[in-house]
Design a protein around this ligand. Structure first.
Ligand code: ADP
Ligand code: MG
Length: 718
């Protein structure tokens, strides 16, 4: 009896097992059986070379006429070119990389073989690029190669897809299935799913598309269900310990703050504010995700929540991803609060509290004072980077944690946070400006309740976005610089964003055709000496010492610096309402959501914002299409969806989902919304009745495997 946990060696030979491990990290039977084909090549019929058509997938039987290997001129490495014939017509083949060597050795003139691939054209000739082939010998008639569906596996330089297919085949021959399907029969019937063994056999050795599809359905369900069960359990666990109830109090600091607000809260702010206020009063810990465009007023909502906690005698912590941001948050909270943040100081209001900043770059005396304020409870609001939760900072009475920019704050950090309270779990509010597609919210942030602010506060000027195609319209760039000068002349300020800092080793491009990306340092010099001469231009990037960064931010906020050239450090949260223009250089090197996020930095005041996407990309390329999409809409949710379609899903999930990527092998966050939603309901149902899954050992096993994989993945990354 072979089980999923059995090692591949000695089931497969040592050499093969080693290659699977080094190349693909597959060590057990389960690993290999869940290494699913990327796609299937349909073979079957042999085609005559004479009747080949461009773009068809074909298999031909032919004899090699000649085969030569040579070094490539433009690129690194070798290519092998071959000509094959079926007696009447000829066909050209090319191979690259390692296969070029194999092909040269095996495709000797006179050899008969089967070749399968997609028909293309090069100059006058039809050709197959990098076709799969199988040499015909008296022992091997190629019937295996001609089977209807040939699985194509994710491969590596250590082991190719044919070898993997072979390993899987060997394994399936000796595998006698699972002793018990982890999904109970009734459950499978309810959701129309086939058994696990049947699904695994079919996914590797299918006989029809229909078979592939039902197998995929089952395997996707397994993934979706494991994730949703884990999330349902997490939701349950996070409410196991009570939270401090923070009751609203009339005549307190929140009332005083509301009374002096210079504007009316938007309908969304009122609605979400009510939800949060009610959450805070309960003893069930709040776990809420607040989504909203940059400038939609999330910070306002968070501040009001923190004041409710202060009214209840509790402290709040606000965590930002960087020190720059933390310092800025502290400053703007202080500004918004005015004398309400001056407890114990001359002129402080009666109900006042104190906002305390805690960062790694503070000197010892400052730090000691801050820690003292925190432990005594003098500090009602503590602002810092995520490091606060790692450090052993002691709070007097922590009631609420606000996390700004969810994207860099994963499940593990949230768990660490919850573990901070000794008897109680603080309430948690996470805020993100990056709109999250529904499936991602359900999968990655599924342990959080989700609220959204969908409108911008009134009076906010819209951002106008223009693509500046410098190759085709070089004059537009000059006009862009002129525009920046005009804005500055009118008392406003500008950002230039570049993909690279420019202090690294001589920039090497991974692609020889592409020049290195523009850098902060070069662009700042170019601007200061050329088109923007006479203006005060400063730089900001992540590798500057914290005090320098802070000084630059301060000078920019005070309009002593008119032009800030920066990396994406300004992406999150930097708030200078007087900045009205942003030029994003080499805009094609940024993702759609990132561009959207970046441009949110302008147009935060009453003057209209302008965002210029400067690029050398030609029209009609996929990259340009992306930029045009950003130009054409301000709807972050639409752009997030586009991002999901354009980029590999793993990227969009980023670090936020930590290990979740490895768990989702077959499930697509783009296409499988139905399965995810259904699995979520089913999981909630199961966990409600059986929180520890004691009556569902199969399901418990699935969750355990998922969590082990995630943990391994997480540790690898940190
Ligand atoms: P976010 O955190 O979502 O980016 P903020 O809370 O920082 O947004 O708000 C952006 C700006 O809008 C701030 O200057 C804030 O004072 C202002 N603001 C917030 N709510 C309102 C409102 N209801 N009406 C007018 N201005 C508002
Ligand atoms: Mg904000």
């Amino acid at each position: 009896m072979i089980s999923f946990d059995d090692k591949l060696q000695p089931l497969l030979g040592k050499k093969t097992a080693d290659a699977l491990e080094t190349g693909l990290g597959l060590t057990t039977v389960g690993d290999l059986l869940r290494h699913y084909p990327r796609r299937y090549d349909e073979r079957g019929q042999l085609t005559d070379i004479r009747s080949l058509e461009i773009d068809e997938h074909v298999t031909v039987q032919a004899e090699v006429r000649k085969c030569t290997k040579r070094r490539m001129k433009a690129r690194h490495g070798h290519m092998t070119e071959a000509v094959i014939t079926d007696g009447t017509s000829e066909l050209h083949l090319v191979f690259f990389g390692k296969v070029a060597f194999v092909a040269e050795q095996e495709l000797l003139p006179g050899t008969r073989a089967l070749f399968a691939g997609k028909v293309g054209r090069y100059r006058q000739n039809l050709q197959l690029v990098h076709p799969a082939f199988e040499i015909l010998t008296p022992e091997s008639d190629g019937s295996e190669f001609l089977q209807a569906f040939l699985p194509v596996y994710p491969a590596s330089q250590h082991i190719n897809t044919w070898n993997i297919a072979n390993c899987v085949k060997q394994l399936l021959e000796i595998w006698d299935g699972v002793p018990e399907d982890p999904l109970p029969l009734a459950f499978r019937e309810e959701h129309g799913l086939i058994g696990l063994e049947e699904a695994l056999r079919a996914i590797h050795r299918p006989e029809s598309w229909a078979q592939i599809s039902v197998a995929q359905q089952r395997l996707k369900w397994d993934e979706a269900l494991a994730v949703q069960l884990a999330l349902a359990q997490r939701r349950k666990a996070s409410t196991a310990r009570p939270a401090p109830s923070c009751a609203r109090r009339s005549g307190g600091i929140l009332d005083a703050f509301d009374a002096r607000l210079p504007f009316k809260l938007t309908a969304g702010q009122v609605e979400v504010g009510e939800q949060i206020a009610a959450d805070l009063e309960a003893t069930v810990p709040m776990n809420r995700l607040l989504q909203g465009e940059v400038g939609s007023g999330k910070t306002m909502v968070a501040l009001r929540a923190m004041l409710q906690a202060v009214d209840a005698g509790r402290q709040s912590a606000m965590l930002a991803p960087t020190e720059v941001l933390a310092a800025q948050h502290a400053r703007s909270l202080q500004e918004m609060l005015g004398d309400l943040a001056q407890a114990g100081q001359l002129g402080g209001a009666d109900v006042a509290t104190r906002v305390t900043l805690l960062t790694g770059s503070m000197n010892t005396a400052q730090r000691r004072q801050a820690l003292l304020d925190i432990v005594t409870g003098e500090a009602g609001i503590v602002v810092g980077t995520h490091a606060i939760i790692q450090d052993k900072v002691e709070f007097h009475s922590l009631g609420l944690v606000v996390v700004d920019e969810q994207h860099r704050f994963g499940v593990e950090q949230r768990d660490a946070l919850r573990a901070r309270g000794s008897v109680e779990n603080p309430h948690v509010l996470v805020m993100t400006a990056t709109p999250i597609p529904r499936t991602v919210a359900m999968t990655v942030y599924g342990d959080l309740e989700v609220s959204a602010l969908r409108e911008l506060p009134g009076g906010r000027s819209p951002i106008k976005t223009s693509v500046v195609p410098v190759r085709e319209k070089p004059a537009w760039l000059d006009r862009a610089f002129a525009r920046v000068r005009e804005e500055v002349a009118a008392g406003h300020q500008a950002y230039f964003v570049c993909p690279r800092i420019g202090d690294e080793e001589p920039a090497k491009s991974d692609d020889e055709d592409k020049r290195p990306a523009l850098s902060v340092i070069d662009v700042a010099n170019m601007l200061a000496q050329g088109p923007l001469r006479g203006l005060r231009v400063e730089i900001l990037h992540g590798r500057m010492p914290p005090d320098e960064k802070d000084a630059v931010m301060r000078a920019f906020a005070a309009n002593q610096v008119q032009v800030l050239v920066a990396t994406t450090v300004i992406e999150v949260g930097v708030n200078v309402p007087n900045a009205t223009v942003m030029a994003i250089m080499d805009a094609d090197r940024f993702g759609v959501s990132q561009l959207h996020q970046l441009r949110g930095r302008v147009g935060r005041g009453s003057a209209p914002g302008l965002c210029l996407l400067v690029t050398e990309m030609p029209e009609m390329t996929a990259t340009m299409e992306r930029l045009r999409a950003v130009e054409s809409t301000l709807d972050g949710f639409e752009l997030a969806q586009l991002d999901l379609e354009l980029r590999r899903e793993g990227d969009i999930l980023g670090a936020a989902q930590s290990g979740r990527r490895s768990a989702l092998k077959m499930l697509s966050l783009l296409r499988d919304e139905d399965i995810i939603a259904e699995a979520r309901l089913a999981a909630q149902h199961v966990v409600d009745e059986d929180p520890d899954l004691e009556k569902h050992p199969g399901l418990a096993g699935m969750v355990a495997t998922l969590l082990t994989e995630e943990r391994a993945d997480f540790l690898e990354k940190t």
